[in-house]
Design a protein. Structure first.
Length: 390
């Protein structure tokens, strides 16, 4: 693509953060160049149709949900929605369990019917009183006691983070609800849906609705910064990489994905397990907390997308140590890593022509709606600063 080698805003990263900010700024008349080192737009939310015809999430499942009608309305300009209540299971002790923990889980544990009152009374006797939970272990055992914590949380967390739950911030396991009713939804937000035609289609429509925006793929940050003169830089990559890791690399967790597809005939033999024709497993996501199983979960996204197709694809997800050659999927939520990040954050106060947005640039775990809101807010702040160019 021919360019004049100058732009008003240079945006690093073509995921939710970069694309939303670019759309907002372009609507105010500013020229934007978005670059991404990958060969596709969409960041980790990128999805595609695989050889089996299944719309798969390339970098693990992305379950969109929000309590913000403003964010939902904003994204609805670029997609219709497929409503879904995300449900998952946990596989332990040789069987599938309802998860997150709810009344159904308790009945499976007892092997008989029960009531919310009985479950509530049982929790009161079983949980360990911790007035101010300081870590993820404290959060769960203070709600359900040690046995259910060990059954569902401890092994899974050790595999996912390679750290014990007591080493991790309380928010890690605290995001998972505990319910005494039969609500078995994985998430609690009022709006739960997936883009009807996928995230990639949403991003493409957003880009097409952004005049004055150029997208360049397969370019890294340093090359892009040298190539385009720009008034302001918006950075959504890893903050330690921005500063050439002068204080050392921040800790991240990475992932390896192992997909496997099945024909309609193969799926018929799984009907007794899946309980639903055309599927391999009984839920969109099945967690495997047992230490002897190397992967943390198996995702069959077709449960959520609602595709009407005879084949299906599952993806086994293996957490792994991060190296500079890997994608940094998750900032590690410990006090030590937070302190390490703060050394980099102090440097950003001197960056008058740079904005840092997104999960990696702020070293925090954010949901997609939160990242969208952050990008809108930053773009609006920049428009207030620089005005419009219409």
């Amino acid at each position: 693509m021919q360019t004049d080698k100058s732009t008003d805003f240079l945006i690093i990263g073509a995921g939710f953060s970069g694309l939303v900010a670019a759309h907002r700024l372009a609507a105010a008349g500013w020229k934007c160049v978005i670059v991404d080192r990958r060969d596709h737009l969409g960041g980790n939310a990128y999805d595609r149709v695989d050889a089996a015809g299944i719309l798969v999430h390339q970098y693990g499942p992305h379950y969109f949900r929000s309590n913000s009608q403003r964010i939902v309305d904003y994204l609805s300009a670029f997609t219709e929605w497929h409503q879904v209540s995300y449900t998952i299971k946990s596989h332990a002790r040789g069987r599938y369990w309802s998860f997150p923990i709810n009344l159904n889980t308790f009945e499976e544990y007892l092997g008989r019917e029960s009531t919310s009152d009985e479950f509530t009374a049982w929790l009161e006797k079983t949980r360990i009183a911790i007035p101010e939970p300081k870590n993820s272990e404290d959060v769960i055992i203070s709600q359900v006691g040690r046995e259910l914590y060990e059954l569902f949380f401890e092994g899974y967390t050790l595999k996912q983070w390679k750290r014990h739950p007591r080493e991790l911030d309380a928010s890690v396991c605290g995001r998972i609800p505990i319910r005494t009713n039969r609500d078995d939804r994985y998430l609690s937000e009022s709006f739960q849906a997936l883009p009807k035609h996928g995230y990639t289609a949403l991003f493409e429509k957003m880009l097409n609705a952004s005049p004055g925006v150029e997208l360049h793929l397969g370019l890294d940050f340093k090359e892009a910064r040298a190539r385009w003169h720009h008034q302001h830089l918006i950075f959504s990559g890893a903050i330690d990489e921005f500063y050439d890791r002068r204080f050392g690399a921040l800790p991240y967790r990475s992932l390896r994905f192992e997909p496997e597809s099945f024909s309609a005939e193969q799926l018929r033999s799984r009907l007794a397990i899946s309980g639903k024709p055309g599927f391999w497993q009984p839920a969109m996501q099945v967690n495997y907390p047992n230490a002897e199983i190397p992967f943390t979960r198996i995702v069959e996204i077709k449960h959520a997308t609602g595709q009407q197709i005879g084949t299906s694809t599952i993806v086994r997800e293996y957490p792994k140590d991060w190296t500079p050659d890997d994608e940094p999927f998750y900032p590690v939520p410990t006090s030590e890593s937070r302190d390490a990040y703060l050394r980099y954050e102090k440097l950003t106060s001197a960056e008058t022509q740079v904005s840092f947005i997104g999960r990696l640039a702020t070293y925090r775990y954010y949901n997609m709606d939160q990242v969208t809101g952050m990008a809108i807010a930053e773009a609006d702040k920049l428009i207030a600063r620089y005005g419009t160019n219409l």
